[in-house]
Design a protein around this ligand. Structure first.
Ligand code: NAP
Ligand code: MG
Length: 401
């Protein structure tokens, strides 16, 4: 069989530990035999980040702006223990943070739904994608403990020196206070990324805040979304037969629980933090969750939602067998290949991505899976496979297809 050609390279960001091992096997077993794979390779493994003073991360993000589509392996975010383990020159920033700062995007997380791994919520039939705004609010909050009676105010001093004041509280005794902010530009990027992604996925978009209580702060989010939608997206949504829908956050939560799924739920930073953990654990497993960074300019970076699976890697280093689930990492590749195919009008490439995803799902649904899934599946007659054999089994399914 002739290999599928690629016109434009993908930006390939290699990573760390167990996911780096899987990365290599996925390429050898599932990609290189079928595709004339073109990538521009960046090694984001911690050793190489350290050797390049983290320049490689910056360069990989810039390459993503050049080519439009990247696929990323999970990477270590250094902490004190990693400083020692890898003898680092500096505690380098989280690569995802660096890349996001350069591409300015929103992260969309979607569960991979298979028969036999049922969501805890019975009526959820289709995946729910969470889009979390990744800037500001309580994550950039400034806080103060108020020791006793006194006045607390918000003060804004314009560049020309004029002041605007708002009383927060006339404290009669001790208390606490918090200042939060966000930026119109960041909310606009967030909104555009969400609208673009909804069009891309042909799914409805929900957005919710607490604008009835927060009449300026949350209301600004609501207004910016609506203005951008009306001006730039309404017609496109109509043409695609999808809907943008705003409601109060408490109403959204109630509706989500009663829904069938199959839409994108945009959340403010804190809501997204909380709701993505709720939705992902209710769908089954972090190892079955994909993640894509979508920039407002239309650049895409695909990855798995989980980390480098450190515990499994140490077992692997000791020569012990591991049963690490590679599905989310495979779906990072298929997401990137499909998008590359769409942008290049390379139908063969997009169809290959669809087929590989089907092969993963069919393999699991036939009862062949890794240990994490075997522990939670409702299927009978399950065969638990090790990391390598699971990927080989997917290859066998793919070849049959
Ligand atoms: P993790 O790699 O997500 O793994 C946590 C645990 O979840 C594992 O020990 C394993 O449980 C289970 N698990 C996760 N993915 C799995 C998979 N594919 N197959 C089977 N089980 C899986 O999180 P972590 O151990 O807290 O973090 C390790 C490193 O990853 C850290 O250095 C962190 O900085 C980094 N990280 C990177 C990213 C990213 O690049 N996007 C995201 C998160 C964390 P059992 O051990 O019980 O089997
Ligand atoms: Mg969290």
């Amino acid at each position: 069989m002739e290999k599928i050609k690629m016109n434009t390279p993908l930006v390939e960001m290699d990573g760390d530990e167990m996911t780096r091992i899987l990365w290599q096997i996925i390429k050898e077993e599932l990609l290189l035999p079928f595709i004339d794979l073109k990538t521009e390779y960046y090694d984001l493994g911690l050793e190489h980040r350290n050797a390049t003073d983290d320049q490689v991360t910056v360069e990989s993000a810039q390459a993503t702006k050049k080519y439009g589509v990247a696929v990323k392996c999970a990477t270590i975010t250094p902490n004190a223990a990693r400083m020692k383990e890898y003898d680092l020159k500096e505690m380098w920033r989280s690569p995802n943070g660096t890349i996001r700062a350069i591409l300015d995007g929103t992260v969309f997380r979607t569960p991979i739904v298979v028969k036999g791994i049922e969501p805890c919520v019975r009526n959820w039939k289709k995946p729910i994608t969470i889009a979390r705004h990744a800037y500001g609010d309580v994550y950039k909050g400034v806080e103060m403990k108020i020791p006793g009676a006194g006045t607390c105010e918000l003060v804004y001093t314009a560049e020309d020196g004029t002041e605007q004041r708002e009383l927060i509280q006339q404290f009669a005794g001790a208390g606490i206070v918090q200042g939060q902010h966000n930026l119109d530009t960041s909310i606009e990027s967030f909104a555009k990324s969400c609208f673009n992604y909804a069009l891309d996925q042909k799914q409805d978009l929900w957005f919710a805040t607490k604008d009835t209580i927060s009449k300026k702060y949350d209301h600004t989010f609501k207004d910016i979304f609506q203005e951008i939608f009306d001006a730039e997206y309404k017609e496109k949504f109509d043409a695609a037969g999808i809907e943008y829908f705003y409601t109060l956050i408490d109403d959204a939560v109630a509706r989500v629980m009663k829904s069938e799924g199959g839409y994108i739920w945009a959340c403010k930073n804190y809501d997204g933090d909380v709701m993505s953990d709720m939705v992902s654990s209710a769908f089954g497993s972090l190892a079955m969750m994909t993640s894509v960074l979508v920039s407002p300019d239309g650049y895409y970076e695909y990855e798995a939602a989980h980390g480098t699976v450190q515990r499994h890697y140490y077992k692997h280093l000791k020569g012990e067998e591991t049963s690490t689930n590679s599905v989310a990492t495979i779906f990072a590749w298929t997401g990137a290949l499909r998008k590359r195919g769409e942008l290049d009008q390379n139908k063969n490439l997009s169809e290959f991505a669809d087929r590989l995803e089907k092969a993963c799902i069919q393999t699991i649904e036939s009862g062949k899976m890794t240990k994490d899934l075997a522990l939670i599946t409702s299927l009978k007659d399950v065969t638990v496979l090790n990391s390598q054999n699971f990927i080989k089994e997917i290859r066998a399914t793919l070849e049959k297809m």
